[in-house]
Design a protein around this ligand. Structure first.
Ligand code: NDP
Length: 338
């Protein structure tokens, strides 16, 4: 397949690119700067331009941002849209989180409909944030699945950056499904709804200071930041980035994944669990780690359940273990100086 992958410099996209190339697909990935394109290219020195190429899209919040990127020769058959801001370092929730997420998503769908009629499948990286009903708390006895939608309102999303992020994912995904319903384009969409994504970083794009948001807690463990008190976990479900990357690619490859959301979840986790996995596998960090009696970071015993059966039955996913994810992430952090 000829595939357009947005946000190729991102944590999840870097692994998705890897899977796409391993599956023999030909990929154009969008990045914000030529410098980022060069770094990705350097990681694939033997991959020819017809297998891996780049398009510059500086800001997905600009109307028409993808108008040029969706046009290619040979034409695209699939689009994987992962680009969206995932950080909490914002002063203007509307401009920095909501606009790029929502306009970025509707923008690429409009561009595909207008200029890329060969595209049959679009996979969009949404989130558990678009599923979970935060104010309902731990909801013991309740089972979250693809049937659930976060009921957050625009006004609530504007309250603070973390509500803003959850709103950005919810509104962007809703806008995508509405677009398909109203515009009846020539393509189908599939959304990926992962919870916290952990796993190795790719060395060519990262440093310890500029680390993707979801891995920061693992870095913080190795830097000794949890030594006195382990922070509360906040989110209790996780998935390995490599399994999520495979899910994106399978969703583009498989017809039976069309028109579906996928709640791609491996299992529960806790910050204390990260500490214990590092303790078990990396004795060299023992002075950075909290003692076994340091409080905090545990997972509540009474908590919602999750239904990941569709990801297993349709996409055939087999989820990596937490131990493997933490071990490989720490090794990758060591490679950039942890
Ligand atoms: P990253 O921050 O590593 O990647 C985000 C990507 O989006 C980067 O390539 C970034 O480019 C690009 N991007 C952000 N804003 C803009 C913009 N205005 N214009 C152009 N490009 C932009 O995060 P992840 O890989 O973790 O996230 C990827 C997707 O997965 C997001 O949609 C996120 O919401 C979703 N997700 C992530 C989870 C996680 O735990 N990691 C959990 C659930 C969903 P640049 O680096 O150049 O700024």
């Amino acid at each position: 397949m000829r595939v357009l992958l947005t946000g190729g410099s991102g944590f999840i996209a870097a692994h998705t690119l890897d899977v796409l190339l391993k599956h023999g697909h030909s990929v154009v990935t969008t990045v914000r700067t030529q410098e980022k394109a060069n770094k990705i290219k350097e990681a694939y020195p033997d991959t020819p331009k017809d297998k891996l190429d780049f398009a510059l899209v500086e800001d997905i919040a600009q109307p028409g941002a993808f108008d040029k990127a969706v046009i290619s020769e040979p034409p695209f058959e699939a689009v994987l849209h992962t680009a969206s801001p995932f950080h909490f370092n914002v002063t203007d929730v509307q401009k920095q989180l909501l606009d790029p997420a929502i306009i970025g998503t509707t923008g690429i769908l409009k561009s595909i409909k207008a200029s890329a009629p060969s595209v049959k499948r679009v996979v969009i990286t949404s989130s558990f944030a678009a599923i979970v009903d935060g104010p309902k708390g731990l909801r013991p006895g309740y089972t979250y699945s693809e049937a659930d939608w976060n009921p957050i309102t625009h006004e609530e999303a504007l309250k603070d950056p973390s509500s803003g992020y959850r709103g950005s994912k919810t509104f962007a995904e809703k806008a995508a499904w509405e677009f398909v319903e109203k515009e009846k384009p020539n393509f189908t969409i599939t959304t990926m709804n992962p919870p916290l994504v952990l796993g190795p970083i790719v060395h060519y794009l990262n440093s310890l200071d500029a680390l993707n948001t979801s891995n920061q807690r693992i870095r913080d463990v190795t830097l000794g930041k949890f030594k006195e008190e382990i922070p509360e976990t906040g989110v209790f479900l996780w998935v390995d980035v490599r399994d999520l990357a495979l899910a994106h690619v399978k969703a583009a490859e498989q017809e039976d994944a069309a028109n579906k959301r996928f709640f791609v979840v491996a299992d529960y986790f806790s910050n204390k669990g990260i500490v214990e996995a590092v303790r078990k596998n990396f004795p060299e960090y023992k002075d950075q780690l909290p003692g076994p009696d340091v409080p905090g970071g545990t997972r509540p015993e009474e908590i919602y359940k999750f239904d990941n059966s569709q990801s297993k039955s349709i996409l055939g996913l087999q989820f990596r273990s937490f131990d493997e994810a933490i071990t490989d992430t720490v090794k990758s952090l060591k490679a950039v100086g942890a």
